[in-house]
Write a protein that binds this ligand. Sequence first.
Ligand SMILES: Nc1nc2c(ncn2[C@@H]2O[C@H](COP(=O)(O)OP(=O)(O)OP(=O)(O)O)[C@@H](O)[C@H]2O)c(=O)[nH]1
Length: 206
Amino acid sequence: MTFDSATLKSTGKTAIIILAGGDGRRIGGSKHDKRLNGKPLLEYTMERAAFYGSNIAIQLAYENQIDSVGIPQIIDEPDINGPLGGVIAALKWCKIHGYDSMLTLPCDCPFLPDDLLTRLNTAAKGSDSIAMPVSNESLHPVCSLWQTSHLMQLQTNADKGQLSLKRNALDCGIIKVEWDTQTYDPFFNVNTLDDLKEAEEILKRL
Ligand SMILES: Nc1nc2c(ncn2[C@@H]2O[C@H](COP(=O)(O)OP(=O)(O)OP(=O)(O)O)[C@@H](O)[C@H]2O)c(=O)[nH]1
């Protein structure tokens, strides 16, 4: 798929893309249906996404990877492994559907902050950089605000075999947005069954 960016008008619209195409090897299978307090992890992200806006789609590695959840499904680029294949496919989808930017959300972060999109938007205003959260000195590329203008750089890097999402984001240029972690880390993510137990403890404190 190619795009003539000169003919595409800027719309100022942002899509929200839920990345849910991972294998979840460390937790024994895809994380989207792992339950936290009886509720599938994906539902936490869906609720958060709906809080941020209404233009929501889900990014999967292949067709019918999960049952329909009533929002558009986007399928990863077939030749680009990992979340980068998802980000590139989603940015192409954004261009086709008239979005200038997209907020990516993972399906394994049940405590994402209310002010995520507003703070990232404010940070990115007037800039071409990727606004990216930082907590506990860690960057969170899967929770970032990407611009469709990054597509060419990302595609070029992918063609060269550079598949790290963080490395790719750094190449495009990032603006860091710091979150407080005094009570809990809002970007806490569930990778293992032990993490699920820790998430249950955090939930009790909320
Ligand atoms: N669309 C898409 N999403 C992905 C892909 N890989 C990871 N994700 C999503 O990105 C987020 C972070 O995933 P990771 O923890 O890095 O990877 P994972 O495959 O889910 O888990 P592990 O196999 O244990 O590393 C989760 O929401 C995943 O569903 C991918 O190849 N395509």
